[in-house]
Write a protein that binds this ligand. Structure first.
Ligand code: PMP
Ligand code: GLN
Length: 384
Protein backbone atom coordinates (compact mmCIF):
# COMPACT_ATOMS: atom_id res chain seq x y z
CA UNK A 1 0.00 0.00 0.00
CA UNK A 2 1.25 3.51 -0.78
CA UNK A 3 2.11 5.58 2.28
CA UNK A 4 -0.49 8.30 2.84
CA UNK A 5 0.78 11.79 2.40
CA UNK A 6 -0.90 14.60 4.25
CA UNK A 7 -0.30 18.26 3.46
CA UNK A 8 -1.73 20.46 6.17
CA UNK A 9 -4.07 23.21 5.01
CA UNK A 10 -3.16 25.16 8.14
CA UNK A 11 0.53 24.43 8.72
CA UNK A 12 1.03 27.40 11.10
CA UNK A 13 -1.94 26.57 13.30
CA UNK A 14 -1.62 24.78 16.63
CA UNK A 15 -4.25 24.23 19.33
CA UNK A 16 -6.22 27.35 20.20
CA UNK A 17 -4.98 29.25 23.27
CA UNK A 18 -8.41 28.87 24.90
CA UNK A 19 -8.02 25.10 24.96
CA UNK A 20 -4.37 25.29 25.99
CA UNK A 21 -4.99 27.59 28.96
CA UNK A 22 -8.25 25.98 30.14
CA UNK A 23 -6.57 22.53 30.07
CA UNK A 24 -3.61 23.86 32.03
CA UNK A 25 -6.00 25.47 34.53
CA UNK A 26 -7.80 22.15 35.00
CA UNK A 27 -4.54 20.24 35.36
CA UNK A 28 -3.32 22.60 38.11
CA UNK A 29 -6.74 23.32 39.63
CA UNK A 30 -6.13 26.99 38.97
CA UNK A 31 -8.80 29.70 39.05
CA UNK A 32 -9.67 29.94 35.39
CA UNK A 33 -9.83 33.57 34.24
CA UNK A 34 -8.50 32.59 30.80
CA UNK A 35 -11.13 31.32 28.33
CA UNK A 36 -14.08 33.72 28.34
CA UNK A 37 -17.03 32.14 30.11
CA UNK A 38 -18.98 33.10 33.22
CA UNK A 39 -19.12 31.01 36.39
CA UNK A 40 -22.46 32.73 37.01
CA UNK A 41 -25.28 30.24 36.29
CA UNK A 42 -27.81 30.88 33.55
CA UNK A 43 -31.25 31.99 34.59
CA UNK A 44 -33.56 29.20 35.85
CA UNK A 45 -36.35 30.55 33.74
CA UNK A 46 -34.25 30.10 30.62
CA UNK A 47 -33.31 26.49 31.39
CA UNK A 48 -36.96 25.78 32.32
CA UNK A 49 -38.12 27.06 28.94
CA UNK A 50 -35.57 24.99 27.06
CA UNK A 51 -36.59 21.95 29.11
CA UNK A 52 -40.22 22.64 28.37
CA UNK A 53 -39.61 22.50 24.62
CA UNK A 54 -37.50 19.36 24.93
CA UNK A 55 -40.24 17.61 26.90
CA UNK A 56 -42.86 18.88 24.51
CA UNK A 57 -41.03 16.99 21.77
CA UNK A 58 -39.36 19.77 19.78
CA UNK A 59 -36.30 17.60 19.28
CA UNK A 60 -36.05 17.26 15.52
CA UNK A 61 -34.26 19.49 13.02
CA UNK A 62 -35.05 23.17 13.24
CA UNK A 63 -35.56 25.02 9.95
CA UNK A 64 -32.21 25.59 8.22
CA UNK A 65 -32.64 29.39 8.52
CA UNK A 66 -33.46 29.17 12.25
CA UNK A 67 -36.69 28.72 14.22
CA UNK A 68 -39.03 31.55 13.20
CA UNK A 69 -39.93 32.65 16.76
CA UNK A 70 -36.22 33.21 17.45
CA UNK A 71 -35.64 35.06 14.18
CA UNK A 72 -38.60 37.30 15.04
CA UNK A 73 -37.23 38.04 18.49
CA UNK A 74 -33.78 38.83 17.08
CA UNK A 75 -35.35 41.18 14.55
CA UNK A 76 -37.28 42.96 17.29
CA UNK A 77 -34.25 43.18 19.62
CA UNK A 78 -32.04 44.66 16.91
CA UNK A 79 -34.78 47.11 16.03
CA UNK A 80 -35.14 48.19 19.66
CA UNK A 81 -31.40 48.60 20.19
CA UNK A 82 -30.18 49.97 16.85
CA UNK A 83 -33.29 51.14 14.98
CA UNK A 84 -32.47 48.66 12.21
CA UNK A 85 -35.00 46.60 10.24
CA UNK A 86 -33.98 43.05 9.41
CA UNK A 87 -36.62 40.80 7.88
CA UNK A 88 -36.74 37.48 9.76
CA UNK A 89 -37.59 35.66 6.52
CA UNK A 90 -34.57 36.45 4.41
CA UNK A 91 -32.19 38.65 6.41
CA UNK A 92 -31.61 36.70 9.65
CA UNK A 93 -30.01 33.25 9.99
CA UNK A 94 -29.51 31.36 13.25
CA UNK A 95 -26.16 29.56 13.49
CA UNK A 96 -24.38 27.23 15.88
CA UNK A 97 -22.51 30.02 17.64
CA UNK A 98 -20.76 33.06 16.20
CA UNK A 99 -17.89 30.78 15.20
CA UNK A 100 -20.06 29.03 12.64
CA UNK A 101 -21.38 32.38 11.41
CA UNK A 102 -17.81 33.67 10.97
CA UNK A 103 -16.90 30.58 9.00
CA UNK A 104 -19.96 30.87 6.74
CA UNK A 105 -19.59 34.62 6.18
CA UNK A 106 -15.92 34.41 5.25
CA UNK A 107 -16.36 31.29 3.12
CA UNK A 108 -19.30 32.85 1.27
CA UNK A 109 -17.47 36.10 0.47
CA UNK A 110 -13.80 35.37 0.04
CA UNK A 111 -12.27 34.07 -3.17
CA UNK A 112 -8.70 32.92 -3.77
CA UNK A 113 -6.33 35.90 -3.51
CA UNK A 114 -8.86 38.31 -1.98
CA UNK A 115 -7.42 40.55 0.71
CA UNK A 116 -9.29 40.83 4.00
CA UNK A 117 -8.51 43.64 6.42
CA UNK A 118 -8.42 42.44 10.02
CA UNK A 119 -7.84 44.37 13.20
CA UNK A 120 -4.79 43.12 15.03
CA UNK A 121 -4.64 41.80 17.73
CA UNK A 122 -7.28 39.56 16.11
CA UNK A 123 -9.61 36.96 17.65
CA UNK A 124 -7.89 33.70 16.84
CA UNK A 125 -10.51 32.20 14.51
CA UNK A 126 -10.31 34.92 11.84
CA UNK A 127 -7.00 34.26 10.11
CA UNK A 128 -7.31 30.47 9.76
CA UNK A 129 -10.81 30.80 8.29
CA UNK A 130 -9.66 33.46 5.82
CA UNK A 131 -6.73 31.28 4.81
CA UNK A 132 -8.92 28.20 4.33
CA UNK A 133 -10.79 30.24 1.71
CA UNK A 134 -7.55 31.22 -0.02
CA UNK A 135 -7.85 34.79 1.24
CA UNK A 136 -4.95 36.97 2.36
CA UNK A 137 -5.28 38.63 5.78
CA UNK A 138 -3.97 42.21 5.92
CA UNK A 139 -3.49 43.67 9.38
CA UNK A 140 -4.68 46.96 10.74
CA UNK A 141 -2.60 47.32 13.91
CA UNK A 142 -4.16 48.83 17.00
CA UNK A 143 -1.75 51.14 18.82
CA UNK A 144 -0.68 49.99 22.26
CA UNK A 145 -1.98 50.84 24.88
CA UNK A 146 -5.04 52.75 23.58
CA UNK A 147 -5.90 50.17 20.93
CA UNK A 148 -7.42 52.71 18.52
CA UNK A 149 -7.71 52.42 14.74
CA UNK A 150 -5.75 54.84 12.55
CA UNK A 151 -8.20 55.29 9.64
CA UNK A 152 -5.65 57.15 7.51
CA UNK A 153 -3.56 54.00 7.63
CA UNK A 154 -6.59 51.85 6.76
CA UNK A 155 -7.18 54.01 3.67
CA UNK A 156 -3.65 53.23 2.47
CA UNK A 157 -4.16 49.47 2.87
CA UNK A 158 -7.14 49.37 0.53
CA UNK A 159 -6.50 48.35 -3.06
CA UNK A 160 -8.25 46.56 -5.92
CA UNK A 161 -7.86 43.18 -4.22
CA UNK A 162 -9.45 44.24 -0.91
CA UNK A 163 -12.67 42.29 -0.62
CA UNK A 164 -13.73 42.78 3.01
CA UNK A 165 -12.94 44.36 6.33
CA UNK A 166 -13.58 42.49 9.58
CA UNK A 167 -14.67 44.62 12.51
CA UNK A 168 -14.86 43.48 16.10
CA UNK A 169 -16.35 45.90 18.60
CA UNK A 170 -16.26 45.59 21.56
CA UNK A 171 -12.90 44.14 20.78
CA UNK A 172 -11.60 40.81 22.04
CA UNK A 173 -8.93 40.66 23.48
CA UNK A 174 -8.28 44.39 24.16
CA UNK A 175 -11.66 45.65 25.45
CA UNK A 176 -11.55 48.71 23.16
CA UNK A 177 -14.74 49.85 21.42
CA UNK A 178 -15.45 51.66 18.16
CA UNK A 179 -17.02 55.12 18.48
CA UNK A 180 -19.60 56.78 16.22
CA UNK A 181 -16.72 58.76 14.75
CA UNK A 182 -14.87 55.53 13.86
CA UNK A 183 -17.88 54.24 11.95
CA UNK A 184 -18.34 57.55 10.15
CA UNK A 185 -14.71 57.46 9.07
CA UNK A 186 -15.11 53.87 7.87
CA UNK A 187 -18.20 54.91 5.92
CA UNK A 188 -16.24 57.66 4.13
CA UNK A 189 -13.39 55.31 3.30
CA UNK A 190 -15.41 52.48 1.83
CA UNK A 191 -18.15 54.59 0.25
CA UNK A 192 -16.66 54.31 -3.23
CA UNK A 193 -15.11 50.83 -2.86
CA UNK A 194 -16.54 47.40 -3.47
CA UNK A 195 -15.75 46.23 0.05
CA UNK A 196 -17.93 44.13 2.33
CA UNK A 197 -17.98 44.29 6.12
CA UNK A 198 -18.03 41.31 8.44
CA UNK A 199 -18.84 42.78 11.82
CA UNK A 200 -18.28 40.49 14.79
CA UNK A 201 -20.48 41.99 17.51
CA UNK A 202 -20.67 39.10 19.97
CA UNK A 203 -19.76 41.51 22.79
CA UNK A 204 -22.52 44.00 21.90
CA UNK A 205 -24.19 43.81 25.34
CA UNK A 206 -21.01 44.62 27.25
CA UNK A 207 -20.21 48.29 26.56
CA UNK A 208 -19.48 50.46 29.59
CA UNK A 209 -19.33 53.98 31.03
CA UNK A 210 -22.47 55.26 29.32
CA UNK A 211 -21.17 54.57 25.79
CA UNK A 212 -23.53 53.00 23.26
CA UNK A 213 -22.59 49.97 21.23
CA UNK A 214 -21.92 51.22 17.71
CA UNK A 215 -23.38 48.40 15.68
CA UNK A 216 -22.92 48.75 11.92
CA UNK A 217 -26.66 48.01 11.88
CA UNK A 218 -27.20 51.62 13.07
CA UNK A 219 -25.70 52.95 9.83
CA UNK A 220 -27.85 52.07 6.79
CA UNK A 221 -25.05 52.62 4.28
CA UNK A 222 -22.70 50.34 6.21
CA UNK A 223 -25.45 47.83 6.96
CA UNK A 224 -26.22 47.49 3.25
CA UNK A 225 -22.82 45.82 2.73
CA UNK A 226 -22.45 44.08 6.10
CA UNK A 227 -22.86 40.69 7.65
CA UNK A 228 -23.41 41.36 11.35
CA UNK A 229 -22.57 38.41 13.58
CA UNK A 230 -23.58 37.89 17.19
CA UNK A 231 -24.14 35.12 19.71
CA UNK A 232 -26.26 34.39 22.76
CA UNK A 233 -23.37 32.75 24.61
CA UNK A 234 -22.34 35.87 26.52
CA UNK A 235 -25.77 37.47 26.78
CA UNK A 236 -27.39 34.43 28.44
CA UNK A 237 -24.46 32.99 30.44
CA UNK A 238 -24.68 29.98 28.16
CA UNK A 239 -21.47 29.85 26.14
CA UNK A 240 -21.83 26.06 25.86
CA UNK A 241 -25.10 26.27 23.95
CA UNK A 242 -23.48 27.78 20.84
CA UNK A 243 -26.45 29.68 19.48
CA UNK A 244 -25.50 32.63 17.30
CA UNK A 245 -26.82 34.48 14.29
CA UNK A 246 -26.05 36.55 11.24
CA UNK A 247 -27.91 39.64 10.04
CA UNK A 248 -27.43 40.67 6.42
CA UNK A 249 -29.36 42.10 3.47
CA UNK A 250 -31.22 39.42 1.50
CA UNK A 251 -28.64 39.07 -1.31
CA UNK A 252 -25.83 38.51 1.21
CA UNK A 253 -27.99 36.24 3.38
CA UNK A 254 -28.71 34.10 0.33
CA UNK A 255 -24.99 33.46 -0.17
CA UNK A 256 -24.42 33.02 3.57
CA UNK A 257 -27.13 30.33 3.76
CA UNK A 258 -25.63 28.43 0.83
CA UNK A 259 -22.66 27.71 3.09
CA UNK A 260 -24.52 27.43 6.39
CA UNK A 261 -26.83 24.70 5.06
CA UNK A 262 -23.82 22.45 4.46
CA UNK A 263 -21.81 23.31 7.58
CA UNK A 264 -24.35 22.57 10.31
CA UNK A 265 -27.68 22.85 8.48
CA UNK A 266 -29.42 23.95 11.69
CA UNK A 267 -29.00 24.63 15.41
CA UNK A 268 -30.49 22.78 18.43
CA UNK A 269 -34.28 23.21 18.24
CA UNK A 270 -35.30 23.42 21.94
CA UNK A 271 -32.52 25.93 22.61
CA UNK A 272 -33.84 28.21 19.88
CA UNK A 273 -37.42 28.11 21.17
CA UNK A 274 -36.35 28.58 24.78
CA UNK A 275 -34.21 31.60 23.88
CA UNK A 276 -37.03 33.08 21.79
CA UNK A 277 -39.39 32.96 24.81
CA UNK A 278 -36.74 34.39 27.07
CA UNK A 279 -36.11 37.33 24.73
CA UNK A 280 -39.83 37.94 24.63
CA UNK A 281 -40.48 37.83 28.39
CA UNK A 282 -37.15 38.81 29.95
CA UNK A 283 -35.53 41.06 27.39
CA UNK A 284 -34.48 43.51 30.09
CA UNK A 285 -32.01 40.87 31.39
CA UNK A 286 -30.14 41.15 28.10
CA UNK A 287 -30.43 44.91 27.65
CA UNK A 288 -29.43 45.36 31.31
CA UNK A 289 -26.13 43.51 30.92
CA UNK A 290 -23.86 46.56 30.48
CA UNK A 291 -24.65 47.73 34.04
CA UNK A 292 -24.14 44.24 35.45
CA UNK A 293 -20.75 43.69 33.83
CA UNK A 294 -19.55 47.24 34.41
CA UNK A 295 -20.06 46.58 38.11
CA UNK A 296 -18.01 43.35 37.77
CA UNK A 297 -15.22 45.20 35.97
CA UNK A 298 -15.13 47.92 38.63
CA UNK A 299 -15.15 45.35 41.42
CA UNK A 300 -12.26 43.42 39.88
CA UNK A 301 -10.26 46.66 39.49
CA UNK A 302 -11.03 47.59 43.09
CA UNK A 303 -9.93 44.16 44.34
CA UNK A 304 -6.70 44.50 42.33
CA UNK A 305 -5.77 47.86 43.85
CA UNK A 306 -2.27 47.78 45.26
CA UNK A 307 -1.18 45.06 42.81
CA UNK A 308 1.88 45.34 40.60
CA UNK A 309 -0.31 44.41 37.62
CA UNK A 310 -1.27 47.63 35.82
CA UNK A 311 -4.79 47.64 34.33
CA UNK A 312 -5.41 48.94 30.82
CA UNK A 313 -8.97 50.22 30.89
CA UNK A 314 -11.61 47.90 29.48
CA UNK A 315 -14.40 49.78 27.65
CA UNK A 316 -16.25 46.63 26.63
CA UNK A 317 -16.23 42.76 26.68
CA UNK A 318 -15.86 40.97 30.01
CA UNK A 319 -12.09 41.03 29.82
CA UNK A 320 -9.58 43.19 31.64
CA UNK A 321 -6.04 43.56 30.33
CA UNK A 322 -3.22 43.78 32.84
CA UNK A 323 0.31 44.97 32.05
CA UNK A 324 2.76 42.86 34.08
CA UNK A 325 5.99 44.56 32.96
CA UNK A 326 6.65 45.77 36.53
CA UNK A 327 6.73 42.11 37.67
CA UNK A 328 8.64 40.20 35.00
CA UNK A 329 10.27 40.52 31.62
CA UNK A 330 9.37 36.95 30.64
CA UNK A 331 7.40 36.49 27.41
CA UNK A 332 3.65 36.61 28.02
CA UNK A 333 2.97 32.96 27.06
CA UNK A 334 5.60 31.70 29.50
CA UNK A 335 4.46 34.11 32.19
CA UNK A 336 0.78 33.12 31.79
CA UNK A 337 1.68 29.43 32.03
CA UNK A 338 3.86 29.99 35.09
CA UNK A 339 1.09 32.03 36.73
CA UNK A 340 -1.25 29.08 36.19
CA UNK A 341 1.17 26.37 37.33
CA UNK A 342 2.87 28.12 40.26
CA UNK A 343 0.24 30.57 41.50
CA UNK A 344 -3.06 29.00 40.45
CA UNK A 345 -4.56 31.76 38.28
CA UNK A 346 -5.03 31.23 34.54
CA UNK A 347 -5.19 34.10 32.03
CA UNK A 348 -4.71 34.59 28.28
CA UNK A 349 -1.42 35.99 26.87
CA UNK A 350 -2.28 38.69 24.33
CA UNK A 351 0.70 38.11 21.99
CA UNK A 352 -0.99 35.02 20.51
CA UNK A 353 -3.50 37.31 18.78
CA UNK A 354 -0.73 38.92 16.72
CA UNK A 355 0.76 37.33 13.64
CA UNK A 356 4.30 38.49 14.23
CA UNK A 357 4.43 37.99 17.97
CA UNK A 358 4.06 41.49 19.33
CA UNK A 359 4.55 41.00 23.05
CA UNK A 360 3.60 44.06 25.12
CA UNK A 361 3.70 42.03 28.35
CA UNK A 362 -0.05 42.04 28.73
CA UNK A 363 -2.41 39.33 30.01
CA UNK A 364 -6.19 39.12 29.56
CA UNK A 365 -8.33 38.24 32.60
CA UNK A 366 -12.04 37.29 32.42
CA UNK A 367 -14.07 39.08 35.11
CA UNK A 368 -17.44 37.39 34.38
CA UNK A 369 -17.14 35.59 37.70
CA UNK A 370 -18.83 35.39 41.07
CA UNK A 371 -17.50 37.74 43.78
CA UNK A 372 -15.78 34.86 45.56
CA UNK A 373 -13.86 33.80 42.44
CA UNK A 374 -12.71 37.36 41.72
CA UNK A 375 -11.70 37.95 45.34
CA UNK A 376 -9.64 34.73 45.49
CA UNK A 377 -7.92 35.47 42.19
CA UNK A 378 -7.16 39.08 43.13
CA UNK A 379 -5.70 38.04 46.46
CA UNK A 380 -3.25 35.72 44.69
CA UNK A 381 -2.40 38.25 41.97
CA UNK A 382 -1.75 41.01 44.52
CA UNK A 383 0.84 38.80 46.21
CA UNK A 384 2.93 38.55 43.02
N1 PMP B 1 -15.93 36.22 18.13
C1 PMP B 1 -15.40 36.72 19.25
C2 PMP B 1 -14.73 38.05 19.20
C3 PMP B 1 -15.46 36.00 20.43
O1 PMP B 1 -14.92 36.51 21.54
C4 PMP B 1 -16.10 34.74 20.45
C5 PMP B 1 -16.16 33.90 21.69
N2 PMP B 1 -16.38 34.58 22.77
C6 PMP B 1 -16.63 34.27 19.26
C7 PMP B 1 -16.53 35.01 18.13
C8 PMP B 1 -17.28 32.91 19.21
O2 PMP B 1 -18.55 32.91 19.72
P1 PMP B 1 -19.38 31.55 19.90
O3 PMP B 1 -18.92 30.94 21.18
O4 PMP B 1 -20.79 31.97 19.92
O5 PMP B 1 -19.05 30.69 18.73
N1 GLN C 1 -14.38 33.71 22.89
C1 GLN C 1 -13.88 33.10 24.09
C2 GLN C 1 -12.71 33.90 24.60
O1 GLN C 1 -12.29 34.84 24.00
C3 GLN C 1 -13.41 31.70 23.86
C4 GLN C 1 -14.07 30.92 22.80
C5 GLN C 1 -13.43 29.60 22.62
O2 GLN C 1 -12.99 28.99 23.56
N2 GLN C 1 -13.35 29.17 21.41
O3 GLN C 1 -12.19 33.56 25.61
Amino acid sequence: MNPLSLTSKLPQVGTTIFTVMSSLAREHQAINLSQGFPDIPCDDDLTRRVNFYMQKGLNQYAPMQGAMPLREQISSLVNELYGANYDPTDEITVTSGATEALFCAITALIHEGDEVLIIEPAYDAYIPIIELSGGVPVSISLDFPDYKIDWEHVKKLINGRTRAIMLNSPHNPTGSVLSADDLQQLQKIIHSNNIFIISDEVWEHTVYDGELHQSVARYPELASRSLVISSFGKALNATGWKVGYCLAPAALTKEFRKVHQFVTFSTATPLQHGIADYLQYHRERVTGLPAFYQQKRDRFLELMQGSRFQPIKSHGTYFQLMDYSAISDEGDVEFAKRLTRDHGVASIPVSVFYRFNTDNKVLRFCFAKEEETLAKAAEILKGI
